[in-house]
Structure formats: structure tokens, C-alpha cells
Ligand binder design. Structure first.
Ligand code: NAP
Ligand code: MG
Length: 511
């Protein structure tokens, strides 16, 4: 309440963002054709329809790509500092509308509101700002040891295809570096969570992004995703999602010698050494595994503990799992929401049932919650063969498997015994020991003693093995969206310029 007016200061701002039904965002505004198929968006906690978007046709998809193609030259010609300024402006819009966006994301995914605020608003804001800062410092036009110029230029039009689990974060992880690099972006968000993407497009318009720089077309993978993918208008595809779809997207890109970055799944280990604080390690791993009801590509889903502590570890994990409060994700007291859909719930239960049938022990959970919403009890599984399906495949739900190891070498062997390699965790009281183990694990990230994503989200994120190709976050992310040109015998026009000076990219066409 404001003491002067008695009016609640948490009310929606006068300029609240409204996402219109049956519309896509192309050319700097809403496009609402009446001959496109509709697609309902369902709240997984209430099972109610919260909006209707379009299952965009190939024609509409093509229109978006052409629009992005047209917008590209002027965007690419802007000085990098100008593009960075617009990323900062988008971050400010996100902050201004953060409460509404967090709430919308919670309605779409079922993620507890506090997690939504942290991952769908605060993290994207930091990613936009840190990417802008890096873009301002990048050596866009530099000299190498031979005296040749090395010029970094945008790849062109980027097709971004994203999943539903951390939708705003996963979009911004592509959008920020692509725009910073000077690419334009056409986004196809997941069919289950398209509303936050359309919301973000409107924030982009308000931030001053020129028309065509960021278009959003909604729809299913089979219709809209496939139409965009088969269209020859894009120069690069950036995908986050499942291994099966990633393999298909990579094959199409490869057949055209187009660049693809693929951020795929994981089956990440948490290695607990014999000198670690078992209680802390297990409780923290459960928490990190069950964020967003376990629908997290880098979740530590395999807990590897010393074999003689397995019994204790399972007991602590089950206690931690049983302490979750399932319920309305908008209620601040809720610590676990539903999984995203009835299909996802059925898929997770199939994994648990298969494990049970093969003789595994389900220490707790493993069942659906009766009633409205796609709720699942947090689940701890143990007594598993190393080649069990639930040990090897990504479940994408609140399921943690606990296994025993026979010491350091065995733990490293088990950790690396996976087709994936996205993330991993190491727990030890001895920092030198943890650091040495971290260097033996084949994964894109290793987190020591439960450390979470740092406040400055610039460390590279991406996978070894079948977890994908390429990196997101920080300077490595911007490089993915850049071509590199060598100019041999380039005359030195400005002898006072330093090698790391940003390019003077000529006139600013938006000035
Ligand atoms: P997905 O099927 O791989 O979808 C990711 C994105 O690709 C979605 O936008 C999807 O559209 C689109 N897509 C699907 N088929 C396509 C095609 N032929 N051409 C172009 N785009 C296509 O993943 P999901 O449906 O979101 O989830 C399925 C499983 O993937 C999960 O259960 C989980 O195991 C895994 N997953 C992994 C991650 C990760 O970060 N590594 C994230 C989410 C999911 P639709 O929305 O219509 O499917
Ligand atoms: Mg899918």
C-alpha cells in the first residue's frame, strides 16, 4: 500500500502487457490471421485453458523468416554498443514487468512462483545485461600476430527453437547473444509454453528493438517447427530440447552446411566422496535435482555415494523428498508444482514402473497425486543395475536415482558412463581432491560442493557427448553467432586505434 493514496503498489502497471489470443509477433507487432489453426495453452496445476495461440502454418512461418531476413542488414550495421544498449533496455522492461511475467510462466509450466521469479525473470535480466557488457568489450575488429585484421560479423538470420522447462531463460540464452552479435531471430517456443515468448516479444518492441529483429511464431514442432526448419531462409539454427529432435535438426542443418547449436539432455551425476558431509551433500542434491519438479536438463539425477553409506544416503534423500509441499504453484508455501502435462507425468511414471518391475527399490514416491493437476510425488529409486533405463536415460521429472561407488576411481568411471555430458557435481571436504575429480569428469560443467549458477551468469553452459554442440552464456555464446573474417594486407586507417576497439560500423541507420 502507498501511504498517500491507499492504493496497492503491487497492482498491474497501467501499461500492462496483454498477449492477444490467436496471434503471432512479426514485423514489430501482432499478426492475427483468421485462417490459422488454434492451439490451447493449459495450466498444468488447474488443467484450465489460459490462452489460445496459433499452430502457425508454413506460410506464416515463412513470412516471419522473410521479415527477419529484411531486418538483418540494418541490424548488423548498427554499432555493437547500440545493440548492447537495446539489450539493456529489454532487461529494464523485463524487470518492470517481472511480476506479471513470473506469474504467467508459473501458469504455463506449473513452476513455484519463487523459482519462476528467479529463473524466468532475474536470471534473464542478468543474462541480457552481462551479454551487453561483453558485447561492448568484444574485439570486433582486431589485428592478429601477422598484422592481418580479424573481423567478427554476424552469421545472419537465426532460427531459435526452445523447450518448455525454463522457457524465458532458454529463449534469452539464445536471444541475447544472437542480437548482440548482430543476428536477427525468429523464435518457435515450445507448444506448451508459448505465452511467455509472445510476452517477451512485446517487451522487445517496448524496449525499442526494430521491427523484424525478434519475431515469434507459435505452434507445434510437427507443423510450425518442421516448416521453419525446412525453410531455406535461415542461416543458423539454435535448438534446446530433446536428443531425438536435436539429432533431426542437426541433420537438416548439416545437409545444408548451416550452423547448428544443440543444447540437449543430460543424466548428470553428483559424486559424493568419502570425506564429504553426506547429509549436506544428499539434501542439496535432492534440492538441485527437484527444482521445477525435476524438469531441468542439468539436474543432478544420479547420486553416487560411497557404497558403505548407500543406506544412509537413501534414507536422507527420502526424508528430503517427503518434505516437499505440493500444491498451487502461486502459493509461496508450495515447494513443488505439477509436471508440465499429463503426457509428461505418464512418461515419468513409466520409467519408475519399469525400474520397479526390474527389481529396483522405490524408497519414496513413484505415484501420481489424485485430483486436479499433473502432480507427481517426489521419487527416490535405488538398488539398480548400472545399465538400467532409469540410470541411463533422461526422465525429466522429480526422480533421483541413488547408487553406491567403490571409491574415487569407480565414482569417476560411473560418472562418465553415460552418453551425455551436460553437467555434474562433486562433493568433498578436500578442495584439491574435488578440483582433481572435476578435471576427470567429461561434462560441460562441474559444480563443486553444491555451488549454484553464479550471480554473473557468464560461465559456458553446454554439453560433451550427446548433450549437444556449442555453448550458451557469456563470451562463448556470442562467438556461436559470429563468422570470423581475416583481412590480409588490411591498411591501417587509424594508427591510434587499439586492437580491441569496437568496430566503427559506419553510420547508425537507426539514429
Ligand atoms: P522437444 O520435443 O525436443 O522440443 C523442443 C522444441 O523443438 C519444441 O519447441 C518443439 O515443439 C520443437 N520441435 C519438436 N519437433 C520438431 C521438429 N520436427 N522440427 C522443429 N522443431 C521441433 O522437447 P519437448 O517436447 O519440449 O520435451 C520432450 C523431452 O525433451 C522432455 O521430456 C525432455 O526429456 C527433453 N527436454 C530436454 C531439455 C533440455 O534442456 N535439454 C529441455 C526440454 C525437454 P513442441 O513444443 O511442439 O514439441
Ligand atoms: Mg515435443
Amino acid at each position: 500500500m502507498s501511504p498517500e493514496t491507499g492504493v496497492s503498489t503491487t497492482a498491474a502497471p497501467v501499461d500492462a502487457v496483454v498477449v492477444p489470443d490467436r496471434s503471432v509477433f512479426i514485423g514489430g507487432g501482432w499478426v492475427s490471421p483468421d485462417d490459422e489453426a488454434p492451439l490451447d495453452v493449459v495450466d498444468p496445476a488447474t488443467e484450465r485453458i489460459i490462452g489460445t495461440v496459433l499452430d502457425a502454418s508454413a506460410d506464416l512461418a515463412h513470412r516471419a523468416l522473410l521479415d527477419a531476413r529484411e531486418a538483418w542488414p540494418a541490424w548488423a550495421a548498427l554499432p555493437p554498443s547500440r545493440r548492447a544498449g537495446l539489450l539493456d533496455a529489454l532487461a529494464a522492461e523485463l524487470e518492470r514487468h517481472g511480476d506479471a511475467l513470473a506469474e504467467l510462466a508459473t501458469h504455463e509450466i506449473g513452476m513455484p512462483i519463487r523459482e519462476s521469479r528467479a529463473v524466468q525473470v532475474d536470471l534473464p535480466v542478468k543474462v541480457l545485461r552481462s551479454t551487453a557488457a561483453i558485447a561492448r568489450q568484444l574485439a570486433w575488429d582486431s589485428r592478429d600476430a601477422s598484422g592481418s585484421s580479424v573481423v567478427r560479423e554476424p552469421v545472419g538470420v537465426v532460427l531459435a527453437i526452445t523447450p518448455w522447462n525454463f522457457p524465458v531463460h532458454q529463449i534469452v540464452a539464445k536471444l541475447a547473444p544472437a542480437l548482440a552479435a548482430g543476428c536477427t531471430v525468429v523464435l518457435k517456443p515450445a507448444e506448451l509454453t508459448p505465452l511467455n515468448a509472445l510476452f517477451l516479444a512485446e517487451l522487445g518492441r517496448r524496449a525499442g528493438l526494430p521491427a523484424g529483429v525478434f519475431d515469434v511464431v507459435t505452434g507445434t514442432g510437427a507443423t510450425t517447427g518442421e516448416a521453419l526448419l525446412q525453410d531455406e531462409t535461415w542461416d543458423m539454427v539454435s535448438f534446446t530440447g530433446s536428443l531425438a529432435v536435436g539429432r533431426h535438426i542437426g541433420a537438416v542443418a548439416g545437409s545444408r552446411i548451416k550452423r547448428a547449436t544443440l543444447e540437449l539432455g543430460g543424466k548428470s551425476p553428483a559424486v559424493v566422496l568419502d570425506d564429504a558431509d553426506l547429509d549436506l551433500a544428499v539434501r542439496t542434491t535432492v534440492r538441485n535435482c527437484f527444482t521445477n519438479a525435476g524438469q531441468k536438463c542439468n539436474a543432478p539425477t544420479r547420486l553416487l555415494v560411497p557404497a558403505d553409506r548407500l543406506h544412509d544416503a537413501v534414507r536422507i534423500a527420502a526424508e528430503s523428498a517427503d518434505a516437499y509441499v505440493l500444491g498451487d504453484p502461486l502459493d509461496p508455501g508450495t515447494t513443488m508444482g505439477p509436471v508440465v502435462s499429463a503426457e509428461q507425468r505418464a512418461k515419468v511414471l513409466r520409467f519408475v514402473d519399469t525400474a520397479r518391475a526390474a527389481g529396483a527399490t522405490v524408497a519414496t514416491g513413484g505415484t501420481a497425486v489424485d485430483g486436479t493437476g499433473f502432480f507427481l510425488r517426489p521419487t527416490i529409486v535405488t538398488d539398480l543395475a548400472e545399465d538400467a533405463e532409469i540410470v541411463r536415460e533422461e526422465v525429466f521429472g522429480p526422480v533421483l536415482v541413488v547408487q553406491g561407488h567403490a571409491g574415487e576411481d569407480d565414482a569417476v568411471r560411473m560418472a562418465n558412463d553415460t552418453p551425455y555430458g551436460l553437467s555434474s557435481e562433486v562433493w568433498s571436504a578436500d578442495e584439491a581432491r574435488a578440483a582433481a575429480i572435476a578435471r576427470r569428469i567429461r561434462a560441460g560443467q562441474v559444480r563443486v560442493n553444491g555451488v549454484r549458477t553464479p550471480a554473473l551468469p557468464v560461465s559456458p553452459f553446454g554439453g560433451y557427448g550427446q548433450s549437444g554442440l556449442g555453448r550458451e552464456m557469456g563470451p562463448f555464446a556470442i562467438e556461436e553467432y559470429l563468422e570470423v573474417k581475416a583481412v590480409l594486407g588490411d591498411p591501417v586507417l587509424d594508427p591510434t586505434a587499439t586492437t580491441a576497439a569496437p568496430a566503427a560500423a559506419g553510420q547508425d541507420p537507426l539514429a
